[in-house]
Design a protein around this ligand. Structure first.
Ligand SMILES: [Zn+2]
Length: 279
């Protein structure tokens, strides 16, 4: 299975950070009865009935040059509690021949901890941008929401807030052109400002979907929502709209959390069911 695919002039590559913790589906999808998972058990869950999320970013580069774009920065340096091991995002970038200095634009799909972890590095209490030459594009709706004291959290304070004082923060709204051929696509609901990243070139389209869905069963059951969704009515609408369009227009989908062996795919329908076809 692929970890990198071309969309016209662009190459989109998964940049692995770490294996997430095992998830109990009936806890994460608390509205979904355990028996509703039965048709999906053999491919959406592990043999023990759990599933394991992955933490990653995506690198977007063009064969014509121009800015290198990193979508999301994973869970961060760690070491992480469930494995005792550090995050690997910078090592994964290094294996692709890319140094942190070579990232020109970081775009964050949403400001949850597992998507912003490498934004900022600390020397004691002093913060610096991990990608020192990058502008960091963050949805204004997420910034406004999580900047309020009642909504803030440690991850946001640690990995997003310092970007403002570092002069690296750029707030974006609506469909925002990141570079020609690459733009944000608002798909809110998971958070107030959740956004996908759309890549269009040579008649092909790819989309990096952040947390539009977490488990492959949600491609078939598009109204299933994890407890992490901020507004499930809005997140369901965004999921349906984007996955519908991805299927109709034959987009290639780069998922945020599916296993590395099936993280890139197409949305296909047959036999009365919509499902994930890993590439
Ligand atoms: Zn996530």
């Amino acid at each position: 299975m692929s970890t990198s695919l071309n969309i016209g002039e662009f190459e989109i590559t998964t940049v692995q950070d770490h294996i997430g913790a095992d998830r109990n589906p009936t806890e994460i999808y608390s509205e979904v009865p355990a028996s509703a998972w039965d048709p999906y058990r053999d491919f959406a869950l592990d043999p023990d009935g759990f599933y394991r999320s992955q933490w990653r970013g995506h690198l977007i580069r063009s064969s014509n040059g121009g800015p290198s774009v990193l979508v999301d920065t994973g869970m961060g340096p760690g070491p992480h509690e469930h494995t005792g091991k550090p995050g690997e995002l910078l090592d994964s970038l290094g294996a692709l021949g890319v140094s942190p200095e070579e990232i020109d634009i970081v775009v964050i799909t949403h400001t949850h901890g597992d998507h912003i972890g490498w934004n900022v590095s600390y020397d004691g209490a002093t913060a610096r941008a991990t990608f020192p030459n990058a502008r960091y594009l963050i949805a204004r709706a997420d910034w406004d929401h999580y900047s309020k004291p009642e909504n803030s959290n440690e991850a946001f304070e640690h990995s997003v807030k310092p970007l403002e004082a570092l002069g690296a923060l750029e707030l974006v709204e609506g469909v925002h052109e990141i570079r020609p051929g690459v733009s944000t696509l608002p798909t809110n609901g998971h958070t107030p400002g959740h956004q996908c990243v759309l890549v269009e070139s040579g008649g092909e389209t790819g989309v990096v979907t952040g947390d539009l869905f977490h488990n492959v069963a949600q491609i078939s059951e598009q109204d299933w929502c994890p407890v992490f969704d901020w507004d499930t009515t809005i997140s369901t609408r965004s999921r349906r709209e984007l996955l519908g369009r991805a299927e109709r227009e034959n987009w290639t989908v780069f998922s945020g959390h599916l296993g590395i062996d099936k993280s890139i795919g197409k949305i296909v329908s047959g036999g009365g069911k919509t499902s994930w076809h890993a590439l």
